[in-house]
Ligand binder design. Structure first.
Ligand code: CO
Ligand code: ZN
Length: 349
């Protein structure tokens, strides 16, 4: 594991539409590894030539954005009202430390809900479920100062640093920075390849796979592989039937989620490569969720598409957690696939 790179990627901040910090990291990391350009939506395309003129185009997609918030209103007492970006569970927003990113730098804040202290709550009030609208951010400034410093549209992200615990790594936004990590490391690791590789660090996935749709449309790839996290529900209180994946069981080869049925012949290709190279892997059937591959699949009359998943506990919380061995397995498997992709025949009889 290149822990330093994973740390830089997860500790950087970038909600949907404001991915600049992440793009700068990817650009620096892939300097000399690929040709790079940024498209009009902000996705970074990293291109490496294939063998010969008619080389197949392989598109990789890992999204740079994280779930977070933007400021929508600053009240006269200086409290910020927030617009969620991405799928937040209000229970996971309670009592969080946050950063507010202004034109003059980062401010500290706390995200709290509009509720009386526990001591004052009636049982009925205590049982009322919270919604995202109940939350605000306190940045410690009065109304005048707050309005001078903060502007509507400023992004709000969670205050968390990468922590290693046992075999695991935990931070905010492993979704999807760990996949950006996997894409970068696999590109460095892949030796000779015959396909033309378009590795795209995409934008705005969390609000509807928007950057990938635009990039995929421009590239018109022959094969599309998204890299994203998937649920590892292997925690107390859940039925093994609902685990989806388990930490430590290796790279997850996705069969389906609610955005796509992965192309069965790509699924088979990945499974065979994993077996041949003795890379630890598990199969994934996810009844929910979606990835960039779901948006790319339907372009240009259909593109053979697939998602390689990194098993992750506590997705869409501030403690998104992965296993180092699984991350390494994903890097290895993706590198071997890039080298082997030209052999894939994904046509139907
Ligand atoms: Co997500
Ligand atoms: Zn994701």
């Amino acid at each position: 594991m290149n822990v330093d790179l994973l740390r830089r990627l997860t500790e950087a901040h970038g909600v949907s539409g404001q991915e600049d910090q992440i793009r700068a990291i990817v650009r620096k990391e892939l300097e000399g590894v690929c040709e790079m350009r940024t498209d009009t939506m902000g996705s970074l395309h990293c291109v490496r030539p294939g063998k010969g003129k008619g080389a197949k185009k392989l598109m990789l997609a890992a999204h740079m954005d994280e779930i977070g918030f933007m400021v929508k209103f600053i009240d006269d007492k200086g409290f910020l009202r927030i617009q969620p970006l991405g799928g937040w569970d209000p229970r996971q927003m309670a009592s969080q430390r946050v950063f507010v990113h202004t034109k003059d730098g980062m401010l500290n804040g706390v995200m709290m809900s509009s509720t009386k202290p526990k001591h004052m709550l009636t049982p009925d009030e205590a049982n009322r479920p919270l919604t995202t609208d109940n939350f605000f951010v306190d940045i410690g400034f009065d109304g005048d100062k707050a309005k001078k410093r903060v502007r509507p549209g400023d992004m709000i992200t969670m205050n968390r640093t990468l922590q290693q615990m046992g075999d695991l790594f935990t931070c905010k936004c492993m979704d999807d920075r760990v996949a950006v990590y996997v894409m970068i490391e696999a590109l460095k690791k892949a030796k000779k390849h015959e396909v033309e590789v378009h590795a795209v660090a995409t934008v705005q996935e969390e609000i509807g796979l928007r950057g990938a749709a635009a990039s995929g449309s421009a590239i018109q790839p022959d094969i599309a592989i998204a890299i994203d996290v998937t649920l590892a529900n292997d925690i107390p209180g859940l039925d093994p039937m609902d685990y989806i994946t388990q930490l430590g069981d290796g790279a997850a080869i996705k069969i389906m989620d609610s955005s796509l049925i992965c192309h069965p012949k790509i699924v088979e290709h990945f499974r065979t490569l994993a077996e041949k190279n003795k890379i630890k892997h598990q199969m994934e059937v996810l009844p929910f969720g979606g990835t960039d591959a779901g948006a790319i699949q339907r372009l240009h009359g259909g593109i053979p598409s697939f998602t390689l998943s990194i098993p992750t506990r506590y997705i869409h919380t501030v403690n998104e957690t992965v296993h180092g061995g699984d991350v390494d397995a994903c890097v290895e498997l993706l590198a071997r696939y890039i080298e082997d992709a030209h052999k894939g025949d994904y046509t139907y009889a």
